[in-house]
Design a protein around this ligand. Structure first.
Ligand SMILES: O=C(O)CCC(=O)C(=O)O
Ligand SMILES: [Fe+2]
Length: 341
């Protein structure tokens, strides 16, 4: 128990509490402020986007939907989840060659954002890799499990198609020219975050991922067991997003908030833990290119909404998180320009 009060530097890369299977949550993993709704949150009644039918998202301001009939076969989803689990269950030594605290690396393994450095550490393990265009990145992905590249490669290619269709629904709904941004989206980035949260001995103390919104346009997420919560901004309460077999969860990210000049709001979310159930999620974060400066287009300004956000790129965001903790103010808040309502 001597390490219970140790500083974060004792939990540096490869030495996190969860990788070592510590039977308690060390002090520097304790998420503040304590929030009693963590483990008994209400279940969110998730709206559905049925890709087999005609959809109209007009008038919506928040999108945390589940997509059904997206065209990705169950076997492809199962394949991706099985290689994700195969990688996450390798020994720490086997994963070590991907280990890095450099947030700019296109392939990296870690636990927090900067292991042993962030003020509050996360109870998770993750592999992140770039994946669009596939042929530019796939050779850098893990060699183990042997079918990782094949199975994850198939899933991410199909997921990219779903992301492009969903982006089209959103641009249509705000009256932007239907193919507006098509080129930027086709040439954009897809970053996969494959995350495992091992059971936590004191799940009410730590988080798998603290509250944040994603710096991307759209996140398309698969989870094999519950844990994802979203913040209902009207009531300021956390709601649990249920697991629906075969469905993909879509969360609007910061770039869509900026591009629609605030008509859509990016979704604040976090991951809570279980004392007995391991959890795996695969998040596909879809955004415009690394150096594309994202800002509200002129079509999105009106009398009450001149450009409400400063321009920024994915690269700027990575620079920000390399210097700051997730809890130290949000990147999106820094982009907001105060305007009279
Ligand atoms: O594990 C999850 O369900 C969410 C992961 C997440 O929020 C992220 O990778 O940004
Ligand atoms: Fe996220």
């Amino acid at each position: 128990m001597a390490e219970k009060n140790n500083s974060c530097s004792s939990f540096s890369m490869g030495k996190s509490a969860q990788e070592r299977g510590l039977p308690y949550v060390p002090k520097c993993y304790k998420a503040q402020p304590f929030d009693g709704s963590k483990t008994d949150a209400h279940v969110f009644d998730v709206p559905t986007i049925d890709m087999a039918g005609i959809q109209d998202l007009t008038g919506r301001s928040v999108i945390v939907d589940q997509i059904v009939n997206h065209g990705i076969e169950e076997a492809t989803i199962e394949g991706a989840l099985s290689v994700a689990s195969g990688f996450l269950n390798l020994t720490t030594e086997e994963k070590a060659k991907y280990m890095s605290n450099d947030v700019h690396k296109p392939v990296r393994y870690g636990t927090s954002i900067k292991d042993g450095v962030d003020k509050v550490q996360f109870w998770r393990i993750f592999l992140k890799h770039y994946s669009h265009p596939l042929n530019q990145w796939i050779h850098m992905w893990p060699d183990s499990p042997l079918d990782y590249k094949e199975k994850m490669g198939k899933y991410v290619s199909e997921l990219e198609m779903v992301a492009q269709k969903t982006a089209r629904l959103i641009t249509d709904s705000v009256g932007l020219w239907p193919t507006y941004l098509k080129k930027e989206i086709d040439n954009g980035m897809q970053v996969m975050a494959v995350t495992g949260s091992p059971p936590c001995p004191e799940p009410e103390l730590a988080l798998g991922h603290p509250a944040h919104s994603d710096y991307c346009g759209l996140t398309l997420l698969l989870q094999d067991s519950p844990g994802l919560q979203i913040l209902d901004s009207d009531t300021n309460t956390w709601m649990l997003v249920p697991v629906v077999q075969g469905a993909l969860q879509v969360l609007v990210g910061d770039q869509v908030e900026v591009l629609t000049n605030g008509r859509y709001k990016s979704v604040v979310h976090r991951v809570v833990l279980s004392s007995n159930q391991p959890r795996i999620s695969i998040a596909g974060l879809h955004s415009l290119g690394m150096d594309v400066q994202v800002q509200p287009p002129p079509e999105m300004a009106d009398a009450h909404r001149l450009g409400r956000y400063r321009q920024s790129s994915f690269h700027d965001f990575l620079d920000f998180i390399s210097k700051n903790d997730l809890g130290q103010g949000s990147f999106l808040d820094m982009l907001k320009i105060d305007q009279p309502n």
